[in-house]
Unconditional design. Structure first.
Length: 319
């Protein structure tokens, strides 16, 4: 039996399996097994008000988790599945309240990664999965990241190499008359609007009503992060790490440097973001200076993650 089939059986039997997706690694359990889902929350130390995305192997499985799919969601699914898009649609009563944190909508996504879809098929059940990292930390984009953070707490880790998109799925709520962007992610807003027209983009403070997980501090390394509009010289005597899109010309002034994409390609930058943050989060680095990227295409998702990584500790929970 291969590793994926074996892991699928573990999920079917109530286990917790970390698996690759094209966005980030997920920590999965049978979406209908409340006890297994509860273990996800405790392993991640995730508050129970923060709902989980349900992953399916094919659009046919939508019928298992929703009561109906509105037209907007249908158009998005047609255009972007399999891929880094999560739609929020009316939840079926069969989905445990724990999965949706008591909300009326359930987040559903069909991943682009074949291993992820094979795992779901082998488990013979939709898989509820958050990113496979401790709550609030940096999302894992390779199996080693998962091993280092949650290793001994999971039943299996499927190593599928590095994630190709590297930033989480875009989340669109299709619960109201207009689509709403709940999280910028691996599919650019501009591309989504080509298929469904204008999307409502709530102010940061409004997110918490629709998507409880969109709390202040998130994606945060242990080292303090400062977000700046343009690269500047670091404070004298401090060991500062620099995270920037392209080369800046003053690399020599920094203790460590991570350049996300030499050619300024935002998809390449998204793919490298979390690994770069983790490698700057090293012993000896006093602080990280992160330079905002252009706010177009995947740049919107990158800036969102950088902004949350830079929030102060005391804003971790603001709901
Ligand atoms: O790319 C991804 O989406 C990855 C991979 C593993 O699929 N998953 C992921 O899950 O990023 P997580 O749990 O780290 O982030 C999910 C976000 C949270 O902010 C949560 O609040 C929101 O999605 N969410 C999930 N279900 C929701 C729902 N029913 N209504 C509103 N927001 C929801
Ligand atoms: Mg996460």
């Amino acid at each position: 039996m291969n590793a994926v089939t074996h892991a699928g059986r573990m999920v079917g039997a109530g286990g917790l399996v970390a698996f690759p997706t094209e966005t980030v690694y997920g920590l999965g359990a049978d979406a209908f097994n409340e006890r297994a889902v509860a273990r996800i929350f405790s392993v991640k130390k995730r508050p129970r008000f923060d709902p989980l995305i349900v992953h399916i192997a094919s659009p046919d499985q939508l019928a298992l988790v929703t009561t109906g799919v509105p037209d907007t969601a249908k158009r998005l699914i047609e255009a972007f599945w399999p891929g880094p898009l999560t739609v929020i649609v009316e939840k079926s009563p069969k989905v445990p309240e724990l999965v949706t944190a008591g909300l009326r909508g359930v987040g559903v996504r069909m991943p682009g990664n074949q291993i992820a879809r094979d795992l779901i098929a082998a488990a013979q059940t939709p898989i509820a999965a958050p990113s496979a990292n401790s709550f609030g930390g940096v999302s894992p984009t390779c199996a080693d990241h998962v091993r280092a953070d949650l290793g001994e707490h999971v039943d299996a880790i499927i190593d599928g190499g590095s994630c190709t998109v590297g930033i989480e799925s875009t989340i669109i709520s299709c619960m109201g008359p207009e689509p709403v962007l709940l999280r910028p992610g691996g599919i650019a807003l501009e591309d989504i609007e080509k298929h469904v027209g204008p999307v409502d983009v709530p102010d940061q403070n409004e997110y918490k009503h629709a998507s409880p997980g969109r709390i202040g501090r998130h994606y945060a390394p242990h080292t303090p992060v400062t977000l700046v509009d343009a690269c500047r010289c670091p404070p004298v005597g401090k060991r500062t790490g620099l995270l920037s899109l392209r080369e800046t010309g003053i690399e020599g002034a920094f203790y460590r440097v991570e350049t996300l994409s030499r050619s300024g390609d935002l998809s390449e930058a998204a793919c490298n973001l979390f690994s770069a943050l983790k490698s700057l989060d090293a012993p000896g680095v006093d602080s990280i200076m992160a330079v905002r990227v252009p706010n177009t295409g995947l740049g919107r998702a990158i800036n969102d993650r950088l902004m949350r990584a830079a929030k102060k500790h005391d804003s971790r929970v603001d709901v």
